[in-house]
Design a protein around this ligand. Structure first.
Ligand code: SER
Length: 323
């Protein structure tokens, strides 16, 4: 990979992936794009506005930049998709098929994330195998399964080097997630620091699969750098790191902030989405085929989140004092 276009670069994954790819391949090699105006999110590096639902615009951007890889991250997450299923269908499906179509024309490699949401209540819960029943009950999940099939199709029909990961919930502090069911595990930290308490939109004992963002970014890069012959799946590999409930996360936060309080007010939509997903993904094929290993467990993740949020706050305060 020498020239990379990222879509959805202003989102939770894109913000950190763009910075990591720029460190690795040089910022001249990375073009970060998002449907939002770069004035709102650009933080160094090359950035442009791109609506990936516009096929001509995707083609023009990829060809003009001379990209040999597209990291396609633009998507509507699970809870936001339930609020407007038609919009989610259009963005998640049209965006991906446009990127795959342009990849077939230009020979680009494609990364696109799938999700734990590609499974549903009929999937074995703990763990969900790599190859198993995929009958999700959410629009987000429907688009993720269809997206996996599209990647397989473009690989077998047109030879597109498509690769993907089924991510669990991703936890990070740089950019907020946008309307997911696992977002509580991010919101809880900011609420803890701001107010010392958090009202959780899931039940105390809802066990979910999770991963800390540095592991997720490393998984993307390692998968994309793996030799093509090592891969038997073109979309997507199960990957996992840790499983916990809101009550267990709260207890770990209390080790850093003993006065932290949590209470529970489950939101029926997000609770039923969470209940329809597996509690753990079986990622043994990712471990065997391209050497995937997670590094962060719950205690390391919580400690690092507090370190990161503290230094972010210190930077903001220093910036405000300097004005
Ligand atoms: N984190 C996502 C969500 O909750 C799952 O892919 O929607």
């Amino acid at each position: 990979m020498k020239r990379i276009v990222i879509t959805g670069a202003a989102g939770q994954i894109g913000t950190e992936l763009a910075a990591n790819l720029a460190d690795r391949y040089g910022s001249a090699a990375i073009l970060a794009t998002d449907v939002r105006d770069p004035a709102e999110w650009q933080n160094g590096g090359q950035a442009e506005q791109l609506d990936c639902m516009d096929l001509e615009a995707v083609r023009h951007t990829v060809v003009r930049f001379g990209a040999d890889a597209v990291f396609h991250l633009a998507a509507v997450l699970s809870a936001a998709a339930e609020a407007d299923p038609l919009r989610a269908y259009r963005i998640n499906m049209n965006g991906l098929v446009n990127v795959l179509h342009v990849a077939a024309e230009t020979g680009c490699r494609v990364f696109t994330p799938s999700s734990i949401a590609a499974f549903g209540p009929e999937t074995p819960r703990d763990p969900a195998p790599q190859s198993t029943v995929q009958r999700p009950t959410t629009m987000y999940g429907v688009t993720k399964v269809a997206g996996e099939l599209l990647c397989d199709y473009y690989h077998s029909r047109f030879g597109v080097d498509a690769r993907g990961l089924r991510f669990p919930g991703l936890i990070s502090y740089t950019a907020p997630p946008g309307g997911g069911t696992t977002d509580y595990a991010v919101d809880i930290f900011r609420a803890a620091l701001r107010e010392g308490r958090y009202t959780c939109f899931l039940n105390a004992d809802t066990r979910m699969d999770m991963m800390y963002m540095p592991d997720a970014i490393r998984a993307v890069i390692e998968l994309m750098e793996a030799p093509p012959d090592a891969l038997t799946h073109r979309n997507a590999y199960n990957v996992t790191a840790m499983q916990f409930t809101p009550a267990e996360l709260a207890a770990e936060i209390q080790r850093h902030m003993p006065a932290f309080l949590i209470d529970y007010s489950p939101d029926p939509v997000r609770q039923s989405i969470a209940d329809s997903w597996p509690a753990r993904l079986d990622d043994s094929e990712a471990r065997e085929q391209w050497g995937w290993r997670h590094r962060y467990e719950l205690p390391d993740m919580v400690a690092d989140m507090f370190r990161g949020l503290d230094s972010q706050t210190a930077r903001i305060e220093a910036g405000a004092a300097g004005r």
